[in-house]
Structures are given as C-alpha cells and as structure tokens.
Ligand binder design. Structure first.
Ligand SMILES: O=c1ccn([C@@H]2O[C@H](COP(=O)(O)O)[C@@H](O)[C@H]2O)c(=O)[nH]1
Length: 477
C-alpha cells in the first residue's frame, strides 16, 4: 500500500492528524527507564510510546540522527523500532541527508531494506537529489521548507519578507512530485508563515514541526495549516508529553482538541453558499489521478492564453513538460496504450515536436516501428518529408498531444497519406471538444482521446485544484 493510502487510512481510522517522534534521545528519557545499559532503557521507553499511542496517531517519525549517535547498537535499535511499528501505520524517517552522490543508494536502503514509507529531505541540492527517492511510486518525501530556528531567518526570509526564499522552495518543490508523493515540512510557531505556505500549496500535506513554543498559538496554527477539508496537516505530539506516564490519556485529549477545530473548519466551509456545477461527485473519472498529476506538474494552466489561431482560451495545456517527470510520463504512455491496443495499424507516427517523445515511448512499449512527418522539410541532405522507414500501403496510427482545431494533426496525417500510407486513427491525450472530432470524421479520420477538456476541468474542480472562478471561466467559454 502506498504511503499516501496508509496515511489517509490511519487519519480516518484513528481520527487523528497526530504523529509521534520515535527518538531515542538519552537526554529526554524519563528517569524510570534508566538502567545500566542505555540502549535497553531507550528501547523500553520507545516500546511504551508505541503501545500507548498506536491507536491515536496517523504516523510515526523516527529521527535517524538520534540512532546514529548511539553507534552500531543505535542502528540495531532503529531496526527493532521500525519492526515494532504495526505495518499499517506509515513511518516517516527524519533523515535530511542531502548529498547528491548518496541519494540513489540511500533511497534504496531506506525504502527497500528498512521499508520506511517516507523520508524528509533538504531542498538545497534541488530536484536531482529528490528524484532518486520519487522513483519509488509507493513512497513519499517531505521537503523541508522552513524551520523555526532563529538563525535560519536571514536565509529563509531572503531577499524580502514579501517574497521569501522559503515560499520559493514551496513553489519549486511542488514541480518535483505529486501531492501523493511530495509533502512539505514546516517548522514554525508563526501561524502567518503556515497560512502563506498553505495558500501556495493547498493540495499538499504539511508536516508541522516546532509548533509547541511556550506561548503557542495552537488554534491559530491549526486554522492556518489545515486545508479547507480540515485535513492535510500532520501535527507533532509535544516532546514532553512522551515522558508522561499518562501518555495515552494526554494524547487522546490533544486529539479531541484538534478534531474540534477540524470540525469547525468543515462546518464553516459547508455553510458558505457555493454554486454547484452540473457534475456528478460520485463518478470519478477513470484517469482521475493522472489528471491531478498533470495539473500538479504544471501541464495544465488556467488563465488567459492566446492560441495559434488567435483565439483566447481560459487554459493552456503544455504536455511537453511530461518528459521531465518519468512517473507521470509512464502513466501517460499507459493511457495512450490502452486505446492503441484496440486499433489496427502497422506503424506509429508522432506529430513533431511535442508528440515525438510520446510516440517514441509508445513504439518501444508496443514494439511497433515508428515514423514521423517532418514539420519543415530540410533544404539539404535527404530532404525527406517522412523520417524512418515504411512501405507505401501500410496503415499508420497517428499520435498527438491535444486536438484544438485538428489542423496540425491533419496536416501531419496528410503528409503521411501523400507518401502512400493509410491513416485511419488519430490518438490524442486531450480533446478540446467543440466539434473537433466531427471535423476529423469529415476528413476521414477516427479521433480517440484519453480525456476531454471538460473532464479535466470537472475533475480539477471536484478535487479543489481550481476555484469556482477558474471553473466558470471554462464553462462559460
Ligand atoms: O493548449 C494548447 C493548445 C494548443 N497546443 C498546440 O497546438 C496543437 C493543437 O492545435 P490544433 O489547432 O489542433 O492544430 C497541439 O499539437 C499543440 O502543439 C498546445 O500545446 N496547448
């Protein structure tokens, strides 16, 4: 089961957003666990913490540094601790080891050998460092955006309070992975910081840290960090609570306090007057997750965009970005593949430039030869209109990214036909609708699309990715 599913299940089952640090810190160990052997004492304490909290938390977070500091016995203690956590509860390993040259091997160790579900990472080595962790589709990362460390302020607030670096980290890291795989770690006692981050990342899980200052504005922190569903925020159990002999009772009362705020947020959200579009909330689109991921990696943008025809649309689709996100690219290929498997053809053709990577990926997957019609014919060399080998009389399935007017794909198909090839089927990811399919039919082609633009906007609106204004701009277009 994926990290995201495990987390959601536990939040529901235990009705809790609380997570507990499993940190063998000898300085914090209660006196009653002291023994000749510090490891034994720490182990007894950790077992007590797990037993007392297991029904009231959504995740555990061991900090690797505390185990490493205990040497080899410390690493053995880590394995014992990981094994003591019931399998259905996700483990987030706090291990901000951000060295590019170790990330691949470290990701393999923590995810396949130690079997943790998620890990915290520092952002400074950039996406290159994070990708080796994201290639494990069932695992997740939490990117450190902000800490409450006073000494970090000059960096985090740089260059201005209006546009601080920590918000840039949030914006940038959102492009690295989907909400299911990439969350944010935010250490702050300031609700305003949390509110700014939540506004930029409404769809992300935020793991709050260091919120328990002496004069903690706990309620304001919850209100700032929770999303509009009263969810999306992981809240740490205060460290001193873990030394209490009444741990189970104390954690339950903290959970109730949090759930009270969550209920208020949900109640407030449901009483405001919302215009309900004509969409069914029960029938999720079969490609629901893919649509959200395409949006989250920046392939689907809402705004005012001029098209090649001069028309202004309330959205722009840039599928060229997919190639930089291997896991999304893979899913896109699978979606095309499902359609192509039911069609008859000898060769695949991609329309340059945007669809060449997709056609190449599909040709490899389907073990089918590929060709492509050139966009512009070279004035030198072979002067070929079509690249790749083919035999006149063969049938070609044409692959493109999006159908707006159908002009570019039909121009490509005509070049193939003028070389003696047959083109019956055109397969795209997105159909803009508004009569383009009928236009294809009139010209002798069958059009197939993974999803239509209205399926995309409905899904994004239902999932809260776009607001009512953006949704209406599309509906009214
Ligand atoms: O949101 C958009 C709109 C268009 N494109 C590019 O245009 C062609 C499709 O336009 P036609 O009018 O059907 O020729 C598509 O292949 C893209 O290259 C886009 O990327 N995003």
């Amino acid at each position: 089961m994926s990290f995201s599913d495990k987390l959601q299940n536990n939040i529901l089952q235990n009705q809790s957003l609380l997570f507990v640090g499993l940190d063998p810190n000898p300085e914090m160990m209660p006196a009653c666990y002291e023994s000749e052997d510090v490891i034994t004492g720490l182990w007894n304490w950790l077992q007590f913490i797990i037993t007392e909290t297991v029904d009231f938390v959504c995740a555990y977070k061991p900090t690797l540094g505390f185990y490493e500091a205990l040497g080899v016995p410390g690493l053995e203690l880590l394995h014992q601790t990981l094994a003591a956590v019931p399998k259905h509860i996700p483990i987030i390993l706090d291990a901000k080891h951000s060295d590019l040259n170790t990330s691949t091997i470290f990701a393999r160790t923590v995810f396949t050998q130690w079997q943790v579900d998620a890990i915290t990472l520092s952002p400074y080595t950039g996406q290159d460092h994070v990708v080796p962790f994201l290639v494990y589709p069932d695992k997740a990362v939490f990117i450190l955006c902000c800490t409450s460390n006073p000494g970090a302020e000059t960096l985090q607030q740089y260059p201005t309070n209006e546009s601080p670096l920590y918000l840039q980290v949030v914006k940038e890291s959102k492009n690295w992975g989907t909400p299911e795989q990439l969350g944010l770690e935010v250490g702050t006692t300031n609700p305003e910081v949390l509110a700014l981050i939540r506004a930029v990342a409404p769809e992300r899980f935020i793991m709050a840290r260091s919120i328990w200052a002496q004069d903690s504005k706990f309620k304001q922190i919850l209100e700032a960090g929770l999303n509009t569903n009263g969810d999306g925020l992981l809240i740490p159990v205060p460290q001193d609570m873990l030394s209490s002999t009444n741990l189970s009772d104390e954690i339950q009362s903290l959970r109730s306090e949090i759930n009270q705020v969550r209920t208020e947020i949900i109640r407030d959200a449901s009483t405001c007057s919302v215009w309900l579009p004509d969409i069914c909330f029960l029938n999720q689109h079969p490609q629901h997750d893919l649509i959200l991921q395409l949006y989250d990696v920046g392939c689907i943008m809402f705004g005012s965009f001029v098209q090649a025809s001069g028309a202004v649309f309330p959205y722009y689709i840039d599928l060229r970005k997919i190639i930089s996100n291997p896991q999304v690219f893979n899913q896109v290929l699978s979606a095309y593949e499902k359609i192509l498997k039911n069609l008859d053809f000898d060769r695949l053709a991609g329309i340059p430039y945007g669809s060449l990577p997709t056609a190449t990926g599909l040709a490899l997957r389907l073990q089918c030869p590929m060709i492509f019609p050139r966009k512009e014919v070279k004035a030198h060399g072979t002067r070929r209109v079509i690249e790749g080998n083919f035999h006149p009389g063969e049938t070609v399935a044409v692959v493109d990214d999006i159908l707006i007017s159908g002009k570019s794909v039909m121009e490509g198909a005509e070049k193939l036909k003028s070389a003696g090839l047959n083109v019956n089927d055109i397969v795209v990811l997105i159909d803009h609708e508004q009569g383009v399919q009928e236009k294809l039919i009139k010209n002798g082609y069958r059009g197939h699309a993974v999803f239509t633009i209205s399926e995309i906007t409905n899904t994004l609106y239902q999932a809260g990715r776009i607001n009512e204004e953006q949704f209406l701009a599309f509906v009214e277009d």
